[in-house]
Design a binder for this molecule. Sequence first.
Ligand code: NAI
Ligand code: MG
Length: 358
Amino acid sequence: MQEMYRIAVLPGDGIGVEIVPEAVKALKAIAEKFGHEFVFTEALVGGAAYDAVGHPLPDETLELCQNSDAVLLGAIGGPKWDDLPVHLRPEVGALLPLRKELGLFANLRPCMLFPGLIHASTLKEEVIEGVDILVVRELTGGLYFGEKTREKTADGGQKATDVLSYSTYEIERVVRFAYEAARKRRKKLCSVDKANVLESSRLWRETVTELAKEYPDVETVHMYVDNCAMQLIRNPKQFDVIVTENMFGDILTDEASMLTGSIGMLPSASIGGEVGLYEPAHGSAPDIAGQKKANPLATILSAAMMLRYSFHLEEEARTIENAVRQVLIEGYRTPDLMEPGKILVNTVEMGDKVAEKI
Ligand code: NAI
Ligand code: MG
């Protein structure tokens, strides 16, 4: 077994700099317990990198990621950089190219309710109890990567376009991945599209229908994205694996995060290339940044996914997940999950509790 793993650490902006150290803390506790060597190298990305060197994704940062075994990312962006030209905006200038350069076409977002959080959600107990959904979001194509234009029109206004395009190849590789995941779970795949309106979605649906023949053991359902948004709240337990387009997946997973109690509980793994990237599903939360209020558990759970998917250290991954479970059962809560009778902790205290449990 490999003993040394190189991890690129990119805290980024806003709460990114608060939550990433807590995930590193958990990884260090794992290294100590299991006798691994994790080598952490920190680099600038996003607005922080723009401020320091004039570009949100410096070459050195990309090279560090390419030469690491895995990347741990916090969050990128914030109001300070919103008015930059689009190619320099942290999200478009750093996050998207980072995912593209590393070839990370599949973004896994497991959405499950931890015991103890049944009353943290705004949704009814009987609706969310037992929810366990894996959303596979296509990550390097679709609307976010299509051509963007902006031009002046004769009437003195402007015209802007974003193009949504997919090839059979791009659809096939992510859907195949989702089928393989469904095979290891409850064998149900829901493919989400907007095939009643969009041509790219028609190709998506045709491609899934073809692939379904190779997976007769998996039940395939097609659903329109607007219906899916409703079904996730009406009856989320109908879903096992959901596979969908980049932007649809982005939006549906913010929605699905409320099934888990908070967006601060939703981790993610981006895979498909040689180096995996692990980040919480949420953003830089400028409204609470710098106040030690951020929930670090989504990032800590993303570190667990790193151990599972990049390093194949399943027992170590489960050790982190069990530590999170224990800390929640004992009643520790960051403000986003707080309810009467529980123990309020800040970002650092939550990270300490998880590391102690490990
Ligand atoms: P957001 O996810 O940052 O925040 C939405 C709401 O959820 C806020 O009220 C925030 O306080 C709360 N929240 C998020 N994470 C939390 C946590 N760990 N603990 C407790 N509460 C949490 O989304 P928003 O406000 O739309 O975007 C803020 C910035 O982040 C923007 O610049 C956006 O572009 C960027 N962004 C970056 C992402 C990334 O780096 N992957 C993903 C999404 C947004
Ligand atoms: Mg998002």
